[in-house]
Design a protein around this ligand. Sequence first.
Ligand code: HEM
Length: 316
Amino acid sequence: MENSSLDPKLLELVKKLEAKYEVMGQDLTSYLDGLLYSDYLTYWDYIHLDTLLSLQNPKTHFPDEKIFIIYHQITELYFRLIILEIEQITFDTSLSEEMFITRMDRVIRYFRHLEDSFDIMTDGMERDQFLKFRMALLPASGFQSAQYRLIELCSTDLINLVAIDSRKDLDSKSDLGKLIEKLYWRSGATELKSGKKTLTLQQFEEKYARTFLETGEKYENCNLRKIYLKHFPDSKEVRERMREFDTLANVLWPLAHMKSAARYLQRDPEDIKATGGTNWQKYLPPRFQKIMFYPELWSDQEKNDWGKAAVIKALG
Ligand code: HEM
């Protein structure tokens, strides 16, 4: 085909492509040759469907174990979406209030979905099957979700994640290593008297201690709390978003999650032990941990009653 018969738009595109490849010292014709022989993209290749569907490998023959695995995977993907949004906020060098609010709305939307869908766990599996297949999963626990911890670390200052009993001995200026050592979930999985860590915690730390330390350092001055206080301290809209995010992450999702622990593990006269070995009745309720990402946005009364309103509403 002669040049003159080529659509001028196409010609223009080819010229642009040629310029693009020339900058890198590459020959466009070779790349066009490659295009000639390459296959068309398919949906299943693009989203790696076969790989995705090959990632559910139950430890037992109970069919409901697949629900358990898949719902954990779904949750981890939502956690990934949440982290992606927080990273966009954190590393935006010309952050506007509009951008901040749009991204926070996405984070909030993801968390709402997670809270809403938790009944897939609470009501969606046969208790008898669950109680059997869970024994094959020891000592693994959702407690070991590193992404859940990363969301916490990039949402607030470390002092707000310190175990309630240690908060009086430390403050925001304390050494980063010390703050990390006293994170609430570490205390939750450590026996108070002997200082002995559960195996679940030991393994979790072996794999991720370094990542958590690095993330703590990375977000020390640019976590969501630092950012909203620096850029939009007086914005009512921003404060509303922060309160909603705090409630979802630290009250509503934990309560939805706890309901499933109660459904499967509560038993008279003695409750069933958690696979991660925590004293889950004391560890999981938000009103005991009192973890708040943005304590400055809550009144003393609201802090005292942390988690209470949601429990009353749920019972109501
Ligand atoms: C029937 C379903 C579930 C039950 C009975 C359950 C039970 C528990 C228990 C008892 C704990 C306390 C730690 C331990 O000693 O093991 C825990 C922690 C945790 N689980 Fe689950 N879980 C369920 C589903 C899930 C799902 C679907 C996720 C999603 C990733 C998840 C994520 C977590 C996280 C992040 C923690 C740590 C919470 C914190 O440190 O505040 N769990 N779970």
